[in-house]
Design a protein around this ligand. Structure first.
Ligand code: SF4
Ligand code: SF4
Ligand code: SF4
Length: 257
């Protein structure tokens, strides 16, 4: 089900142990993409925003874990779209071109082609896609516009510690292995991710999902139902009907939060 034939694939390498939680990456993303501020409230953690949102394409997830010194360790994890090679969102999307692969291997979106069916929300193993006030999909697009103009993504350009690095995917993976990182999360998962993570500890300590998979309902949709929708049912009505067959009723994001 791979939907990427790109040979010069670019990626972001995240090294959580180098992250100091400054959130400059969040600000840079908002600034470049002209995303509005979000009103949040203090929930007893410095993590802010509490989750990805239509105006928050990336975020630093804060986790507290016990340390050896009878104290607490703070772990910081940069979350954003993983730009999967086997991208569940692209597989299930019934509107051609609404989600598409860029020349650099990113999964980007065209809001004018999005029909607001929200099938991609259920199809994403990483809970990434969000919807704006007009029910159009939003998420990290790997700053394809900056890359096309010879620049690196805003978040990687801004990161002061090297916790985010942008470059050729194969080179980033090779360099991380040479530096002694035992686990390169995303090297092979889902055909290879475009957001890869270098860990010396267990990825699950940072809250990473073990063995991410595309939901079986999406595979069923891709094999049997999507061709039918494209032939005869197309558009919002077809997608809505097949949403119930493939996934079941969806909840509003606010309701899920
Ligand atoms: S992380 Fe989710 S939204 Fe991003 S490419 Fe993968 S399936 Fe699509
Ligand atoms: S790559 Fe661009 S769009 Fe994606 S999180 Fe970084 S700044 Fe935001
Ligand atoms: S800019 Fe870099 S160091 Fe700061 S929070 Fe983001 S990833 Fe971490």
């Amino acid at each position: 089900m791979a939907n990427n034939t790109n040979t010069s694939r670019k990626a972001i390498l995240v090294t959580p142990e180098l992250c100091i939680g400054c959130r400059a990456c969040q600000v840079a993303c908002k600034s470049w993409n002209q995303l509005s501020a979000i009103k949040t409230k203090n929930n007893g953690t410095y993590q802010n925003p509490p989750d990805l949102a239509s105006a928050a394409y990336n975020m630093i997830q804060y986790s507290e874990v016990p340390s050896d010194q009878n104290a607490v360790r703070w772990l910081f994890l940069s979350r954003r779209c993983m730009h999967c090679e086997d991208a569940g969102c692209m597989t299930i999307c019934p509107s051609p071109g609404a989600l598409y692969r860029t020349d650099d291997g990113a999964v980007a979106f065209d809001r004018d082609k999005c029909i607001g069916c929200k099938l991609c929300v259920n199809a994403c193993p990483f809970d990434v896609p969000r919807y704006d006030a007009e029910d159009k999909v939003t998420k990290c697009h790997l700053c394809f516009d900056r890359i096309g103009a010879g620049m690196e993504p805003a978040c990687t350009k801004t990161c002061p510690t090297g916790a985010l690095k942008f470059g050729d995917r194969d080179e980033l993976v090779g360099a991380a292995k040479q530096e002694g990182f035992g686990t390169i999360y995303g090297e092979k998962d889902l055909g290879g991710l475009g957001s890869i993570y270098a860990f010396k500890e267990e990825p699950k300590l940072y809250g990473m999902k073990e063995n991410p998979e595309i939901p079986s309902s999406v595979v069923f949709w891709h094999t049997y139902l999507k061709p039918l929708s494209l032939i005869g049912l197309g558009g919002v009505v077809g997608a809505a009907a097949i949403h119930y067959l493939a996934i079941g009723p969806h909840k509003d994001q606010e309701e899920e939060v």
